[in-house]
Design a protein around this ligand. Structure first.
Ligand code: ZN
Length: 85
């Protein structure tokens, strides 16, 4: 179970990613990624990895959902390539 505060933090990070997509501003993606990484290092759950990483298969932006691509299976709504290091 996550603390409500952590949920709010994750929502805020997603908002920054959405703004990055809206404004087509990669620096906002980078900022949100930095926040997620720091949260992780401080011992907080930074949220699902697909929330802070672009997808190498379908090109989905951080914070956005994967899009179906022929020849690539999705697992739990995301491409597994996106969630493996
Ligand atoms: Zn994908």
């Amino acid at each position: 179970m996550s603390e409500p505060m952590e949920e709010r933090a994750k929502d805020a990070v997603r908002d920054v990613h959405r703004a990055a997509i809206r404004h087509q501003d990669d620096s906002l993606h980078q900022s949100a990624v930095e926040i997620s990484r720091m949260a992780g290092e401080l011992g907080h759950d930074p949220g699902p990895i697909e929330d802070w990483r672009p997808c190498p298969v379908c090109g989905a932006e951080p914070g956005a959902s994967c899009i179906r691509v022929p020849g690539h299976d999705m697992v739990d709504g995301a491409h597994p390539e996106r969630t493996t290091e």
